[in-house]
Ligand binder design. Structure first.
Ligand code: F6P
Length: 325
């Protein structure tokens, strides 16, 4: 069946650049003769029938805005077969023939299930600060979040240096350590703690003995939020036990990493990916996420995108260590 009307939604955690992606999808679709409908609050809006007509002007003046004008949610109803059936009925009643879903791994898993259950053409865009989708070098929002982390660490560095203190700075990333590792490289932090590599108290001891005590009077350690790492508070406790003389401070950056105006890099990535999503649907692609590999747009099957099987390059951990000596 020929596609006439495309629905767009954003789902899961918001990420800077989602609006640039919504704009690109909308305008490229209209340029190619499709009708566009915006679905509010992610899959939740499909279930509750919050669907609005989108024109070119609906996406004016949003490329620079963080968050998502479509709002977002993590829908419980859509996880049930009844919820998805209702979503499909509402989608059909609104005349929507295909979907563009912008979100992270949970959102793309939902897209895969929905597409298989109801034979709906769906193309996904990787919208998450975590950078934890396979088959793409970067996700929309990751670069902005990294820049936010660098900015925060630069500021904390002033206090760490002045007070000669050790700081544990907790960053987001869900189950992945990309924000921690690359945030550490970019901010010149003394160490990165990531779930991909076990952190022994010994490693921290080495950091404290060889770094903090010998050549440095202050240190900043980036810690990925995670049960495995124990987060920044968990590490502080571990340090307190082993080195009671150390009064480490903790800063949890939290949701401020998800906000703010997207960087030029994220705006360009989102714009190119949004345009490519419409090309993909026109070519008859379905069940694929748009990725970027070596500066080229690629189609990544949902199954691969959400597999979490690609390995992080742990050599970069040595870079953090060598460059902060
Ligand atoms: O996936 C994006 C993310 O910000 C993760 O880094 C984090 O673990 C999670 O979402 C936080 O979710 P919420 O906004 O529901 O607290």
């Amino acid at each position: 069946m020929a596609i006439k009307c495309i629905g767009i939604l954003t789902s899961g955690g918001d990420a800077p650049g989602m609006n640039a992606a919504i704009r690109a999808v909308t305008r490229t679709a209209i340029y190619n003769g499709y009708q566009v409908k915006g679905i509010m609050r992610g899959y939740h809006g499909l279930v509750t029938n919050e669907i609005v007509e989108f024109k070119s002007q609906s996406v004016s003046n949003i490329i620079q805005q963080g968050g998502t004008i479509l709002k977002t949610a993590r829908s419980k109803e859509f996880r049930t077969p009844e919820g998805r059936k209702l979503a499909y009925e509402n989608m059909k009643a609104a005349g929507i023939d295909a979907l563009v879903v912008i979100g992270g791994d949970g959102s793309l898993s939902g897209a895969q299930i929905f597409a298989n259950e109801f034979d709906v053409p769906i193309v996904g865009l990787p919208g998450t600060i975590d950078n934890d989708l396979d088959g793409t070098d970067e996700t929309i929002g990751y670069d902005t979040a990294l820049n936010t982390i660098v900015d925060a660490v630069d500021k904390l560095r002033d206090t760490a240096t002045s007070h000669e203190r050790l700081f544990f700075v907790e960053v987001m990333g869900n189950t992945a350590g990309y924000l921690s590792l690359n945030g550490a490289i970019a901010s010149g932090a003394e160490a990165a703690i990531i779930p991909e590599r076990e952190t022994e108290v010994d490693q921290l001891a080495e950091l404290i003995h060889n770094g903090f005590r010998k050549s440095k009077s202050s240190a900043i350690v980036l810690v990925a939020e995670n049960k495995k790492t124990g987060g920044a508070l968990g590490l502080k406790e571990r340090i307190k036990k082993e080195f009671p003389e150390f009064d480490a401070r903790v800063t949890i950056l939290g949701h401020l990493q998800r906000g703010g105006s997207p960087t030029a890099k994220d705006r360009i990535l989102a714009s190119k990916m949004g345009a490519t999503a419409i090309e993909a649907l026109s070519e008859g692609q379905r069940n694929v996420m748009i990725g970027i590999k070596n500066n080229e747009m690629v189609y990544v099957p949902f199954k691969k995108a959400i597999a979490h099987s690609s390995q992080m390059d742990l050599k970069d951990m040595d870079i953090v260590k060598i460059l902060s000596m």
